[in-house]
Design a binder for this molecule. Structure first.
Ligand code: ATP
Ligand code: MG
Length: 321
């Protein structure tokens, strides 16, 4: 039996994840779901945001459907998502940006770069080490090239004109692209950020380091209706976790106004990862139809609530069967 761990987490994660789960269940009633607790809410109750038990549960699953966790500005608090990404070694963060005339996949290195976690304070300065390893670059390059091979081409986002660490990243990515026979070009990340928004049709697969990918994908959300629309996958050799790109959005939590599309589409990516392309396509199609019928949440200019939107998608997937 295929087992799916479900982590609602905090904030709007608790509103959008149950909807995504219901949609996946509707197309794949054979999957077994189990709830796993993690996040700031759990930390407040137990003093631990993501303990060994949580990690063991996540490891035991075939895939994880994840909502969002709040990271409070508390010095004693470690980011749960960074911990999970590191412990499950989820090295590829895959963020498709799809919409009218836009079809881009941002592949972000997920375990090192400026999020290496190697940081310290000195008397009058704070230091964070940006780590780019050959092994880390090779595996993300291989992932991006395999994806680009089935699509069109690859762009390597970098700042090698300033950062030595990016010279290595570019060297590894271009070598891998040549080996794989993938058309490839390199682009400085600042110029890329503007050009991607002005000419999205010039881009297909974009591979880049951790923080650049994080920022670039939030900005690219502008092309397709905002953060509420973007799903993502975190892929490792042995584990996979699917989550909306957005965070817990405490400012709008608990008001039935969050857009559940990002979470539902993350569910579609999960189905695709399980090898069920037909179910994934059915979910995507249902979302497209509901949006096309003018049922939209407030961030898209509509009036539908989170639950009402979810109910409409469930009706559509039911009809598709
Ligand atoms: P976190 O600290 O968990 O990352 P955040 O305050 O950074 O939370 P995000 O979730 O990253 O919040 O989103 C930034 C803003 O975008 C939110 O304040 C919210 O207004 C909006 N937003 C994010 N996700 C959604 C969504 N699914 N539907 C509607 N608006 C959203
Ligand atoms: Mg955020």
């Amino acid at each position: 039996m295929t087992k799916i761990a479900v982590v609602e987490g905090d904030g709007i994660g608790r509103e959008v994840v149950p909807i995504a789960r219901a949609v996946i269940e509707a197309v794949r009633p054979d999957l077994e779901f189990f709830e796993v607790e993690a996040g700031y809410g759990l930390w407040k109750r137990t003093g631990n945001a993501c303990g060994e038990e949580t990690m063991a549960d996540l490891r035991s699953a075939d895939a994880v459907l994840f909502g969002a966790v709040t990271t409070p500005p508390d010095p004693g608090y470690r980011s749960v998502l960074l911990q999970i990404r590191r412990e499950l070694d989820l090295y590829a963060n895959v963020r498709p940006i799809r919409g009218e005339g836009v079809d881009i996949v941002i592949v972000r290195e997920n375990t090192e770069g400026l999020y290496s976690g190697i940081e310290w304070m000195e008397s009058d300065r704070a230091c964070t080490v940006r780590v780019v390893s050959r092994r880390g670059s090779e595996r993300i390059a291989r992932y991006a090239c395999a994806l680009a091979k089935s699509r069109r081409h690859l762009t390597v986002g970098n700042k090698a004109n300033v950062l030595k660490s990016d010279c290595l990243f570019v060297e590894v990515c271009t070598a891998e692209a040549a080996r794989a026979g993938v058309p490839c070009r390199t682009c400085y990340i600042d110029a890329l950020a503007l050009d991607l928004l002005m000419h999205p049709d010039r881009y297909d697969v974009v591979v880049t380091t951790n923080i650049f990918g994080d920022i670039l994908s939030d900005a690219a959300a502008y092309l397709v209706g905002g953060l509420g629309m973007l799903p993502s996958a975190n892929i490792g050799e042995r584990h996979a976790l699917f989550e909306p790109v957005h965070g817990s959005a405490p400012d709008i939590a608990g008001r039935n106004i969050a857009n559940p599309v990002a979470a539902i589409r993350s569910g579609a990516m999960l189905l695709s990862h399980l090898g069920d392309a037909a179910a994934a396509a059915a979910v995507e199609e249902a979302v497209r139809r509901v949006l096309g019928a003018g049922i939209q949440t407030r961030d898209l200019g509509g009036v539908a609530g989170t639950r009402e939107f979810g109910a409409a998608v469930l009706r559509e997937v039911g009809r598709g069967k």
